[in-house]
Design a protein around this ligand. Sequence first.
Ligand code: PHE
Length: 471
Amino acid sequence: MPNGSPQRDHWSGRLGFVLAAAGSAIGLGNLWKFPYITYQNDGGRFVLIYLVCILIVGLPMMCAEILIGRRAQSSVSNAFGTLGHRRWNFVGWIGVLSGFVILGFYAVIAGWSLNSFYECMKFSLEDRYVKPDFGNFVTNGSHQVALTFSFLVLTALIVVGGVSRGIERSTKVLMPVLLMILVYLAFSVTQLEGFGRALRFLFAPDFSEPFKTHGALEALGHAFFTLSLGMGAMITYGSYMTKKEKILPVSITIVLLDTAIALVACVIMFSIIFSFPQVEADIQASTVGMLFITIPELFYNDMPGGPILAPLFFVLVAFAALSSTISLLEVIVSSFVDRLGWTRERSTLVSTGLVFGLGILSALSLGASEPLSKLKLLGESGLNTIVTADKEGVLSILDHISANWLLPIGGLLITIYAGWVLPKKISLEELFPGRETPPWQYKVWLFFVRFVAPAAIGAIIIAVCRGDDFS
Ligand code: PHE
């Protein structure tokens, strides 16, 4: 049984792993992306499809990825080879590619949190709130590039420090504080008049057209994105896990935490949007800016403690994003260390440099550079409508391609591997060590990984390619 080299770094214990993995999962996907794509997809039905995807695809895949990683004790680009299936290593490389693509836009949005922190700090100190001009902010190229750069440097500084010292220590403090603030905000918005409408918008799906696939691929893609699945982040983190930990309960905890935070973030944001008509108008002008527009509005509108909480909130958004960018960069860096034999320092430097190159293109694609902002990956062809759903601009294209295609396809391959290629003896040993006969939970898991998850992913992809609905 491969146990990895004795020097291989490991999490110090169960809490360390759970928080780091939850830190990877919980990020801008929950706080920034989920609320705005829910808004664009008209709430209820989208939320329901998303929850189904989390349950039937996300949870089984979370177990599958962690178990592959822990068994292999290797970076994602070599994990399948270490387990005796070298031909599958290409799946790991797709993961590394996804890491670049996601970081290439994620770092830009993460940079926005630094800016919001700075602005809120200013408002609070000057005791005066001026509604920030979001449109102006995103089109300011040098500002965008500088923020992206700062965020990537922060990420690189932690990744270069290694797993237990760098990554684990920071997440242990930050995640619990973020949770507390969110709970406080959730209680405050129950007082707003838009609260009831927000709940109806989110949790009362409209079934007037039951077979519409509208938004289904996006919901599936987002389930992968938000749980950091389909690109090997959880394989990589699983590889730093010791044999003592139990994979199933840990996976359930991560999935529950991530889902709860996404839903709470939505409730908070929609309560605000539906309470202040002016905010709704701003959001329609820039759905992407939702998180950064609505929250200051709440804090500076007579909220007790608002001026203190506002900057704190954005520090925490930055940290949630940071614990995710760390995992994204770690997928790339660990692969370079393992496969190219480079030092951690060199791998971090080179990969951060490459990501920054892509980041510059994204940062300038929000209006600063016309060609980058209007870029269409596949021109005017019909394929453009299917693959990029008519998205324009480097940032949107990177986001769309990674979440809607790279992650579901990577996920499909990983679930096929875990269900059909990896010997059952190994998955049983990892999930339920010491059990000779598989318990029912194992059988359920295997059924989902073998049949349900591949069928769900396949069905959605086929439906979209057939042209049922492209958006
Ligand atoms: N899960 C992260 C989020 O929700 C993003 C992410 C995707 C991180 C893939 C790692 C891998 O923000």
